[in-house]
Design a protein around this ligand. Structure first.
Ligand SMILES: *Cc1c(COP(=O)(O)O)cnc(C)c1O
Length: 402
């Protein structure tokens, strides 16, 4: 194992990570930190987790050889179909794990933050399943642009509380959730939706999502006679779908790892969420990582057409992978993502989430060899984004001519 890419005993990936939390949360986070590995390793926990992933989520998710895309981009392109999971994205893998953990810890109340609403829906779903109270914080801008998911959360019995500060998006919802947790440290578990936040969250969420690359290994072995691809492509908001699809390949240096970051209206437009390019080292939501900030440390409001990528930070694992040169980042603008979404839909009949569409744009940017095996992680489906897509229906779509 190459130590450089993995978390160490103090909760750091290289220079990034740690747990920078208010005094009031110390006992809660410390309890989680000291127990999560032991709880997850228990046989009874693993049995319940696996059973729910299979029978409730619908795992394993297929690894689909996309024939038309392969022909178009001149490589063997496989799609890891997390969009086919129950509730429509990879988020459910993590919420199933965390709700089981919360039960083990005797928690009676769940809080969560959400951007696109996918994590909110996945959390509301597992709370309904387990009969636990659920409160989801969501920026009021996101409540508007992701209306179908808000309705789903309400139908599932969750309370959706709007966050009205800042850009009224994911970062602000996260601030509200942390505030709630400070006020309710004993009975409440905070289900964070990505590989962000104080240690042990980045590692815990990555572990729950690692089922994605665990399946890829045997699926590729079956289909290709080797268990690793030449490339894995994923979009990155906080980084959980990327972490899950990279996890078992971190030390497999024959596999190149690519991250698509939201460039919004363009890197230099002042309206983007291209954290790794525009960011610098600092602390956000409890961990030391890369984030977009002013010289005096104020967070710069991020922007992306996709609510799930609209975040000014990036998980500490990815900050380190990028710094070490293990993962490469390609910035993708709103319009490039829209074009990629139409491209995938017209070529393969799959409507991706707007977040996922960013990953697909990278197919245009990488020079593949014909024999390369490429896996694109299809983090979620596009039902929630139809009102955005439909505005671009009459735009000429031919990404390959760019
Ligand atoms: C939430 C979300 C993302 C971004 O979150 P990560 O933690 O970076 O994976 C990407 N795609 C979809 C479909 C999402 O719902």
């Amino acid at each position: 194992m190459n130590e450089t890419y993995h978390i160490n005993e103090s909760g750091y990936y290289g220079a990034f990570g740690g747990a920078f939390i208010p005094e009031m949360l110390y006992a809660n986070v410390e309890r989680l930190r000291s127990q999560y590995l032991e709880i997850i390793a228990k046989e009874s926990f693993q049995e319940q987790f696996t059973e729910l992933l299979i029978d409730y989520v619908g795992r394993p998710s297929p690894l689909y050889l996309a024939h038309k895309l392969s022909k178009k981009y001149g490589a063997k392109i496989y799609l890891k179909r997390e969009d086919l999971n129950h509730t429509g994205a990879h988020k459910i893998n993590n919420t199933i794990g965390q709700i089981l953990l919360a039960k083990e810890l005797g928690k009676k109340r769940i809080i969560a933050e959400t951007g696109a609403g996918q994590h909110g829906v996945a959390t509301a779903t597992v709370c309904a399943l387990m009969g636990i109270e659920c409160i989801v914080y969501m920026g009021s801008v996101d409540i508007e642009r992701q209306a179908p998911n808000v309705s789903r959360m309400k139908m599932l019995g969750a309370e959706v509380r709007p966050a009205e500060s800042g850009s009224k998006t994911l970062k602000d919802a996260t601030n509200e959730a942390i505030r709630d947790w400070i006020n309710n440290p004993v009975d409440t578990h905070y289900i964070i939706g990505s590989v962000v936040g104080p240690h042990p969250y980045p590692d815990m969420v990555a572990l729950f999502q690692s089922v994605i690359s665990e399946e890829m290994k045997w699926q590729l072995q079956e289909k290709e006679g080797r268990d690793y691809p030449d490339y894995i492509l994923a979009c990155v908001g906080g980084g959980s779908n990327a972490a899950g699809s990279f996890y078992h390949y971190l030390d497999e240096l024959r596999t190149k790892l690519y991250l698509a970051e939201a460039a919004g209206k363009g890197i230099d437009s002042g309206h983007s969420a291209a954290t790794s390019i525009l960011g610098s080292e600092g602390i956000i939501h409890g961990s030391r990582t890369m984030l977009m900030q002013t010289p005096d440390g104020q967070i710069i409001e991020p922007y992306s057409i996709s609510a799930g990528l609209d975040y000014p930070g990036i998980g500490p694992m990815h900050a380190n992978l990028i710094k070490q040169g293990r993962a490469k980042v390609i910035p993708v603008t709103d319009i490039e993502a829209i074009d990629a979404a139409f491209d995938l839909t017209r070529e393969e009949g799959i409507i991706p989430a707007l977040e996922t569409a960013h990953a697909f744009h990278m197919l245009n940017k990488i020079d593949f060899r014909k024999e390369d095996i490429v896996v694109v992680n299809v983090s979620g489906r596009g039902d929630k984004d139809l009102s955005t897509y439909i505005k671009y229906l009459n735009r000429p779509h031919n990404v390959s001519d760019e």
